[in-house]
Write a protein that binds this ligand. Structure first.
Ligand SMILES: C[S@@+](CC[C@H](N)C(=O)[O-])C[C@H]1O[C@@H](n2cnc3c(N)ncnc32)[C@H](O)[C@@H]1O
Length: 155
């Protein structure tokens, strides 16, 4: 399989920050059918396969009541992405785009988000549709989708 982190034609890399401003803590792991980035869908599909979000203790205690929420926003760390490109060529054809104009995983802080549908909850495990990440991608956060609050503003 072709390496995926090599600089492509016309891409522009910069010297990366030599300091870190915030420490992130992974709170679980996302299990999907896709072993590699090449196999992943480009973006989550609401009709896509059911994936598992496995929340680690003690954060499983923060899931109480989540089964009443149909749509969730999932935040994850795209851990296989390089982080130093200001211009990138997603198609690898020499045509480049500025990093902040696209949703590529390659960005200074490779945070991915998807809106997913909650299919079922089994204790600390959520079964959801709508993800697009590699198996074992680290989980950062979960929030109700905004539509949840529009349905009942008192929530
Ligand atoms: C275009 S990004 C979109 C991510 C997220 N839905 C977003 O919009 O923030 C999705 C692509 O990232 C790549 N990808 C998935 N999991 C990754 C990971 N753990 N590390 C790096 N790249 C990943 C795959 O090529 C996948 O098709």
């Amino acid at each position: 399989m072709a390496p995926q982190n090599e600089l492509r034609r016309n891409e522009v890399a910069v010297a990366w920050a030599n300091h870190v401003d915030a420490g992130l803590a992974f709170i679980g792991v996302i299990r999907t059918p896709w072993a590699t980035r090449a196999e992943c869908p480009h973006h989550g599909d609401p009709e896509g396969p059911v994936c598992r979000i496995e929340v680690d203790a003690p954060w499983d205690a923060a899931l109480d009541g989540i089964e009443t929420i149909e749509r969730l926003e999932v935040f994850y760390w795209l851990h296989e992405a390089r982080r130093d490109l200001v211009r990138q060529s997603p198609g690898g054809n020499g045509l480049t785009k500025a990093t902040f104009t696209i949703r590529s995983p390659v960005r200074p802080n490779p945070i991915g988000t998807s809106i997913v549908t909650l299919v079922a909850r089994e204790g600390p495990v959520l079964h959801v549709r709508g993800l697009d990440c590699v198996d074992c991608t680290p989980l950062l956060d979960l929030k109700p989708d905004r539509s949840h609050f529009r349905a009942d503003p008192s929530r």
